[in-house]
Design a protein. Sequence first.
Length: 69
Amino acid sequence: MLAHMIARPVVANALRVSAVVGSILNAINQSAAVWNGAAIDWPRFALNYAVPFLVASYSAARVRQAMEG
């Protein structure tokens, strides 16, 4: 499974998904902090990008694995 998750096409797609979904999630979750001048919650900021990346990677790896056998 890990070999599929780190394949170049899977990583490239997961990065694109993470950039879009993570940005939307950060806009939703941290907009109040940005507009009110409060501090950004950096661990949450990172998780908003990491979770979509991992979900997209896992999903693509499962599809690649199923196509093999």
